[in-house]
Write a protein that binds this ligand. Structure first.
Ligand code: BYC
Length: 472
């Protein structure tokens, strides 16, 4: 039975018969999907200390409780409406925002919502085995927190599909549960969401870099003229911040531990010999997940992006920071491949919107990497982590079929094949990581040898709090 008590919401669910009927059909399928494809081994006998969104009040929107994962109260929330909100960019600039989907933009909006929605369950699927290899109970809990909230973000997109797209929307909502990450016949839509996440270095890099793409995409969707889409994504950003925190601090704690192990061994040891994760391996995983997440922003020159912008469907991150919201006559200076080098081209700004968002994203990632490098500085070490060049290892866009070193220098295909394992995780790196993660750490307050404890626990609980309890 669908009830407002089971599904916390601020969308008037108890009086919305149409939405209730649609959800009554979809929700059991969702729970079945969650049990089959969600965290493996933690569905039936474990209680997890998770936060649940219960309102949109900034001073107290979430509530912490011990719950069994399949009983999590996935809710539906829209950020509060902005009085007299006007369209902030594109051809309809200044007109009132839309409360319904205009017929002429129905397909484009559906495509954007489905693409966004598809990533949410995909990430849960990718991460479903990680609980069996966790570095601590604190981290296990954070993994599940991220997973249930990605589940809620799926609910957010399904709410839009059910409420504004009729029959097609209901079909799309079912398809969101039918595609599967990495499945050869029915893969997830975007490539990065079909990559396996088999160890915790992958997981932390994913939450650092791929969730940050979530942030940039959600920021740009929150500018949308379709007000329900804007309000839904605005509230999703509140939860997204924690996911990036998990990634950024997860890597920071690994870096911290690596520095400690290096110091303890008088810098004479290969840190792997003492069970740590060496800096070159960390760098390889940055190279991988940063480049995969760059791809998630789409092609550099895109007619889709131009018409999303012109039609007011998807803006730029923090649109208010730009002075020109029409962007009819300006140009973006784009470096395009030209023989062995590059040539500067002037591309109509609207067509370059994916690239504009990618610029914002790269800046946000750079700030995160600079924070990691402070840890080396604090230890008096000269090592530094860095983002690879934007051309490196690209699968989407103009640099797709070309090869570059992480520095951005062009190389031949043969050279790429020969040196690829120097720059991206090699099978031996993955084997090593699995070897140090094969025994999960489930004892409260204990941490695997390759990662430092966090500075504080969750929601003012002590670090050694029993965040995940096994029912006897
Ligand atoms: N992989 O004109 P283009 C998140 C396809 S993450 C595979 O550039 P457009 C999260 C494209 O579909 C944020 N295919 O495309 C994070 C199209 O194919 P068709 C997710 C790709 O539409 C962690 C063709 O190439 N949000 O929230 O301008 C955990 C032409 O490309 C890819 C969104 O995605 C790719 N990477 O740009 C959980 C926001 N890239 O149809 C969650 C909504 C492009 O011509 N989506 N293609 O065969 C969008 O804004 C746009 O769809 C994209 C693509 C920016 C993704």
């Amino acid at each position: 039975m669908i009830s407002s008590e089971k599904i916390p919401n601020n969308v008037g669910l108890s009086s919305n018969k149409r939405l209730q009927r649609a959800l009554e059909h979809w929700q059991p399928q969702y729970i079945q999907w969650w049990k089959d494809m969600g965290p493996q081994g933690f569905q039936d006998y474990h209680q997890v200390y998770v936060r649940t969104a219960v309102s949109v009040d900034p001073s107290g929107w979430a509530h912490f409780e011990m719950v069994k994962l399949p009983e999590y109260r996935w809710g539906i929330f829209l950020a509060d409406p902005v009085h007299d909100r006007r369209i902030g960019f594109g051809d309809f600039y200044g007109q009132p925002v839309w409360q319904e989907v205009p017929g002429e933009f129905r397909n484009q909006l559906r495509r954007l919502i489905v693409t966004q929605g598809d990533t949410e369950p995909a990430s849960v699927e990718q991460q479903r085995w990680l609980g069996q290899r966790c570095p601590s109970m604190y981290d296990l809990r954070n993994l599940f927190q991220v997973n249930v909230e990605e589940g809620r973000h799926l609910w957010a997109m399904v709410y839009l599909l059910h409420s504004y797209f009729g029959r097609d929307g209901r079909d799309e909502a079912e398809e969101l549960l039918a595609r599967q990450s990495g499945n050869r016949d029915k893969p997830r839509i975007l490539d990065a969401f079909n990559e396996p996440i088999e160890n915790w270095l992958d997981f932390f890099m994913f939450t650092m870099f791929t969730d940050r793409d979530g942030k940039s995409q959600l920021l740009s969707l929150s500018e949308s003229s379709l007000d329900p889409l804007s309000r839904t994504t605005r509230f999703m950003l509140t939860e997204e911040a924690h996911h990036m925190f998990v990634g950024e601090t997860g890597i920071a704690r690994i870096v911290e531990r690596t520095c400690q192990l290096l110091k303890e061994s008088g810098f004479s040891e290969d840190v792997r010999k003492v069970g740590g994760i060496d800096i070159p391996t960390i760098q390889k995983f940055i190279n991988l997940w940063f480049s995969l997440s760059l791809d998630l922003h789409g092609n550099e020159v895109s007619t889709n992006a131009a018409s999303y912008f012109g039609n007011g469907l998807k803006g730029r991150a923090q649109e208010e920071k730009f002075s020109d919201h029409h962007v009819g006559e300006s140009y973006y200076e784009l470096n395009v491949p030209n023989g062995d080098g590059l040539r500067l081209e002037h591309v109509p700004m609207r067509s370059a919107m994916n690239e504009v968002l990618r610029d914002w994203y790269v800046g946000d990632c750079e700030a995160g990497v600079a924070r990691w490098n402070k840890i080396f500085e604090r230890h008096g070490m000269s090592e530094r982590l860095r983002l690879p060049d934007r051309k490196f290892n690209r699968g989407i866009g103009m640099f797709r079929s070309l090869q570059y070193e992480p520095s951005g220098a062009p190389i031949s295909d043969t050279e790429w094949q020969r040196r690829r394992n120097e720059w991206l995780p090699a099978p031996a790196d993955r084997e090593y990581l699995l070897s140090i993660m094969s025994r999960p750490v489930y004892e409260p307050g204990k941490f695997a040898n390759y990662i430092a404890p966090p500075i504080r626990g969750v929601n003012r609980q002590p670090i050694n709090f029993e965040y995940v309890r096994t029912e006897l």
